[in-house]
Design a protein. Structure first.
Length: 511
């Protein structure tokens, strides 16, 4: 009996043990993961770039020479990093290059609508509206018009945007990955997948706290096995958007070819500045004559004293010299300056030509609206090809969710230059019964989640359609009261012949 009591858990002061059920384990794991996600997301929302109290970091750039650019373009795959750093530097240093990139980014409004996908109209249930509202609410988490602008900027500048998406609550944040540590090794659903170099965290392991838990898991695997340096990030939330999709082996900045032209502009600006500075200088010559025997006509020491007195009161832009010889000005101006051309302006026009865009967009000295419009449409096709790649990547995320099984995101080829034209096209089609109302709403800047809510707010909740009644005019009056008002009494305001015509109603039978 004593042995039984001693072996009893109660007698030994230990509570009885039991195994956790699968549901409890799953719940505990879910709570831990949600806590970890919230922690990482808060770190992402407040990402510390510079800790000023501990090892402050500074960003530096190296200005490559024109010869460096020529050598890099000979082997772009080997010099991928150098070309990327060169365009990043030029994007900040050159207003011409920045304006060129921003011009192409602005060639898409990123207008989109949500399209039913794989739905049998004959058997569609009544809850399709509820599903659509859930789908539009989920798509609004992407904040497409803001975040995708950054994607377009990086793609047009560096060629590739490497991304991992983070979904927490009502937000989906696109986190750009360091390009020097990312590669494209595969594609799925026509979307490029990202292969990440996990040696990135060797220099500073604290950075891993600002990434999703997937990075921590795979970095731990890399630490155990150094051969696992490159690992694929899990789709669909990790993807890469590439401008030059025909070259997947390496990144090739689409406008790397204009870097040399940018250096030409800088060189000509320096030459023009130097010429302007030289034109502001003057030289005063004091001539000390000599006779036929070579003797000074004036005491040399006295002449030097006069010259020194003059030189002391001269401004910096004016020099003086004492000389026994005549000094003649020699100028290198072309034809006395009559045929002088502005080399800076010429080099700027060469830059736009090298970039394949019309110089009228940036320096409208010879306006031609028809040719300019055709040039913009050609440039818009370049930007829209990137937008289509973004569409595939977003749909891969969207359709992986339960709310997106029956819908997909569709972008419109609309820019500020053709918005009015496309909106009129969709509106005219809707008037003839075509289902283009959603496209029309997107073309005027409305989001899918806004159409339903604003329609309910204005019509049902506020009743604005009944309250905002326009003033009566010929445009707002009904057809029964349209046209020329009739005289209240026959003959009013008419002469004798007019009264006779009104009485006999002779005009009624005229055609």
């Amino acid at each position: 009996m004593a042995e039984s009591d001693a072996a009893s858990p109660k007698r030994r002061g230990r509570p009885p043990t039991r195994k956790n059920t699968a549901a409890e384990v799953s719940k505990s794991f879910s709570v831990d993961m949600n806590k970890l996600w919230r922690t990482n997301f808060r770190a992402l929302e407040k990402l510390i770039w510079r800790d000023l109290n501990n090892n402050p970091k500074s960003q530096t750039f190296y200005k490559y020479t024109k010869d460096n650019i020529v050598e890099y373009l000979k082997d772009p795959q080997k010099n991928e990093k150098q070309l990327r750093n060169a365009v990043i530097y030029m994007y900040g240093a050159s207003s011409h290059f920045r304006r060129l990139i921003q011009y192409f980014v602005g060639l898409s409004d990123l207008s989109y609508f949500i399209l039913p996908y794989g739905i049998d109209a004959s058997s569609a249930k009544g809850d399709l509206r509820k599903k659509f509202l859930k789908a539009s609410d989920y798509v609004s988490k992407f904040d497409i018009k803001r975040q995708c602008k950054d994607i377009l900027t990086v793609c047009l500048r560096e060629d590739v945007y490497y991304c991992t998406a983070r979904e927490i609550g009502n937000k989906i944040t696109f986190q750009q990955l360091p390009s020097d540590y990312c590669k494209i090794s595969s594609m799925s659903d026509n979307v490029c997948n990202v292969t990440f170099d996990f040696s990135y965290f060797d220099a500073d392991q604290a950075l891993i706290d600002y990434y999703s838990p997937e990075f921590s898991t795979k970095y731990a695997a890399y630490q155990k096995d150094r051969t696992q340096r490159y690992q694929d990030l899990e789709p669909p939330f990790s993807f890469a958007i590439k401008c030059n999709t025909e070259i997947l082996n390496y990144a090739m900045p689409p406008f790397a070819g204009v870097l040399r032209n940018l250096y030409d502009i800088s060189d000509y600006e320096d030459l023009k500045l130097t010429k302007t500075e030289l034109e502001n200088y003057a030289l005063l010559v004091m001539k000390l004559g000599i006779d036929k025997d070579g003797n000074w006509l004036m005491d040399y020491q006295k002449a030097v004293e006069f010259w020194q007195n003059l030189d002391q009161v001269m401004p910096e832009e004016i020099g003086s010299v004492l000389s026994p010889m005549d000094i003649e000005k020699i100028s290198f101006d072309r034809a006395g300056g009559t045929n002088d051309t502005d080399k800076v302006s010429d080099s700027e026009n060469h830059l736009w030509s090298a970039a394949g865009v019309s110089s009228l967009l940036f320096n409208n000295t010879k306006a031609s609206s028809a040719a300019l419009l055709l040039s913009i449409k050609s440039d818009q096709a370049i930007t829209f090809s990137i937008v289509q790649s973004i569409e595939l990547a977003l749909n891969r995320i969207f359709q992986n969710q339960a709310v997106g099984k029956s819908f997909r995101i569709s972008f419109l080829d609309i820019s500020p230059y053709n918005r009015q034209e496309m909106a009129k096209q969709y509106l005219d089609a809707a008037r003839y019964g075509f289902p283009t109302i959603s496209m029309y709403c997107a073309s005027i800047g409305m989001l899918p989640c806004e159409v339903e809510s604003l329609a309910f707010l204005e019509s049902d909740a506020l009743g604005l359609h009944d309250k905002l009644i326009p003033l009566q005019s010929s445009n707002t009056m009904s057809s029964s009261s349209s046209g020329r008002p009739t005289n209240q009494s026959k003959g009013e305001g008419l002469d004798d012949s007019g009264e006779q015509t009104a009485d006999s109603d002779q005009n009624a039978n005229r055609i």
